[in-house]
Structures are given as C-alpha cells and as structure tokens.
Design a protein around this ligand. Structure first.
Ligand code: 3HC
Length: 311
C-alpha cells in the first residue's frame, strides 16, 4: 500500500540514497524540488543579462572571450536545470510562463546593475563564489538528477569564480582609478551577495522540511557564514576592503562576526522593487517572444520527422 512506498522513501533518504525520477516520492517533495530547481534555472538564465551588458565593451579580446564563455556557461546551466526539472513532470513552457508572470522567482542578486567593468570581476568573485558555496552541498542533494547536475555545474562555476578574482586582482594592482573602480564594485556587490543565501534561518519558510528531505544540507545562515569566512582572506589578498565595519574574527566562535543585513532591501527586491527587476523581466519576455520562431520551427521539424519515423 501507499504507506509501504512512504516507508521506502523515508528509508532511502535516511540512508543517504538517491531518489530517482521513477521512484515514488511525496507530492510535497516533488513540488519543493520543482520550485527550487525551476527558480535555480531561472536565476541562471536571468543571470546572463547583467554580464552580457559588458561583452561588447570588454577591455581586451582575452577578457571578451572569457566573459562570452562564462555567459554561455550560464545559459547551459539554465537549460541543464530545466531538463532536470522536467524529470519531475514539470513542463518547460509552464515554468517559463511562471517566470514571465512573476509566479516563480529568480535570484535577487541579478536585480542589481553592472555599472562598470569591475562589476564583472565582483560578480565572478562574489556572486559565483556564493553560488559555489551554496551549490557544493547540493551535489549531495537526495534527488539524483539535481545532485548530478550540480556536480557538473560546480566545476564550471569554479572557472567563473577564478576569472572574476583574477580580473579584480589586475584592477586592484593597476592605477589608482582602477583600484577605486574595483573597490566601488565590491562595495556595491558585497551585501546583495550575502542575501543570495536566503532569509535568516528563523524566517526561512522551507528550510526545516528541505533539510529533513536532505535537499538543503546546510541552513541559509550556516552557508552565509561559511561564505563570509572564505571571502575575508581573499579580500585581503586582493588588497580590497569589505564594506562592513563590524566584520571581525571571533576566536571562540571560530568564525567572522559581521554586521546586520538590510532585510527590508531583500524583501523589496523580492517584491519586484529592486533597481533592475522590470528591466530584467522585460528583456526576458522580449527574448522569449523573439525566439518563438525557433521553437515553432523545431516543433514543425520534429512533427515532420516523427511522421516519417512512424509512417
Ligand atoms: N532571491 C530570490 N528569492 C529568494 C532568495 C534570493 N536570494 N532567497 C530565498 N528566496 C525565496 C525562496 O525561493 C522562497 O520563496 P518561494 O517559496 O516563492 O520559492 C522564500 O524566499 C523563502 O526562502 P527559503 O529560505 O525558505 O527558501 P529555500 O529553502 O528555497 O532556500 C535558497 C532559498 C537557499 C536560494 C534555495 O532555494 C537554494 O539553495 N536554491 C538553489 C540555488 C540557487 O537558486 N541559486 C541561485 C543563485 S544564482 C546562480 O546560481 C547563478 C550562478 O551562476 C551565479
């Protein structure tokens, strides 16, 4: 009966085994995976916009080639994650409709503008760095297709993080104006990067169940703290300061204390009132409309091809 399936599911999760698409799973488990994986995919797709803004204005051919490769990787991560979400019975068209109509989210971080070239470095170092801190544990997520997608994506994110760090190092060691540009970018991207990890644990709607199901392996605050501890020595090596006067090493905690996060800003961005929310969604809808002919052509070809196959 149904309880036998539920027991088998619970035993598999308890034993750190993977749940695969054909396995029985609780409806809520499926629903929270579709929610998280779809929004993860949406984040990758929207995340192409801030950086694409600088592809035509990169300062050298080398930097242009690196940035193009990174943006193409983000597209691939999005498509990879939409495919993983489809293994749960979700339809890509429906997920995109939900994104375009605001019924599904994408990461708050992409609602901030990229004002100078140094922002490309700050995004690589901080945003992709935060993504790695969040995604490495997801390689151990109980749902097989998501965990396996994360293994591949984390490898590419490491390249994204290294190129951003190296870009900032070049600027930081450059002229005074270049150093100031790098510092300004870090000042603008630091706090929004900490918000990527989600609301504080005691305000997190999904954490308890997500952790019980071994989807989320560490809490929002735990991963945020881990990220801060990673960034402090890296900022020192970059010769840049982090914009938090309360940041200091706490010996007995074995972690860095840091200042308060502006959760009202976070809530405003999630309500759609961030600096670039309208621009990002408008550009996404336009890209979707302009790409309709490609989808129609592919569908027509598939239909013709299938007829030939099945006569
Ligand atoms: N931006 C937008 N929405 C956010 C958010 C953020 N930074 N943090 C939390 N939220 C939303 C949640 O989606 C949830 O809303 P919902 O019910 O409508 O989905 C609500 O706020 C409550 O947050 P919870 O902590 O309860 O939600 P989760 O348990 O889902 O935890 C999360 C949030 C840690 C982001 C988790 O969903 C997660 O780990 N997602 C996978 C990682 C991901 O999406 N990363 C995107 C970063 S960008 C990226 O990866 C691209 C890279 O190449 C730079």
């Amino acid at each position: 009966g149904a309880e036998a399936y539920a027991e088998a599911f619970d035993a598999a999760v308890a034993a750190d085994e993977r749940i695969e698409p054909r396995d029985w799973m609780p409806g809520d488990y499926r629903a929270t995976l579709v929610r998280q994986m779809a929004q993860h995919a949406h984040s990758e797709i929207i995340g192409m916009q801030p950086e694409a803004n600088w592809i035509t204005r990169a300062p050298s051919l080398r930097r242009k080639a690196i940035l193009m490769a990174k943006v193409q990787d983000e597209a691939g991560h999005g498509l990879y994650l939409y495919s993983a979400t489809e293994t749960l019975g979700a339809s890509r068209d429906d997920l995109l409709d939900k994104l375009h109509s605001g019924r599904q989210k994408y990461s708050s971080i992409f609602n901030y503008p990229t004002l100078t070239w140094a922002d490309v470095g700050a995004i690589g170092w901080l945003v992709d760095g935060a993504a790695i801190t969040n995604q490495v544990p997801l390689c151990r997520c109980s749902y097989g297709p998501y965990a396996r997608a994360m293994v591949r994506i984390c490898k590419e994110e490491s390249f994204h993080q290294r190129q951003g760090y190296e870009l900032l190092l070049a600027l930081s060691r450059g002229t005074d104006a270049q150093h100031a540009m790098a510092q300004d970018a870090v000042d603008r991207w630091w706090w929004p990067s900490l918000m990527m990890f989600g609301p504080p644990d005691d305000e997190s709607a999904h954490s308890a169940r997500s952790m019980a199901w071994k989807i989320k392996r560490h809490s929002n605050d735990e991963l945020r703290q881990r990220f801060v501890d990673i960034c402090v020595p890296q900022a020192e090596a970059l010769g840049l300061t982090l914009p938090d006067p309360d940041l200091r090493w706490n010996e007995e905690r074995g972690h860095h204390d840091f200042g308060p996060i502006d959760w009202e800003e976070f809530r405003e961005v999630l309500r759609g009132n961030g600096p670039c929310n309208d621009q990002r969604i408008t550009q996404r809808r336009q890209a979707h409309e302009e790409g309709a002919w490609v989808r129609e052509a592919a569908a027509a070809y598939a239909a013709k091809h299938t007829d030939r196959l099945h006569g």
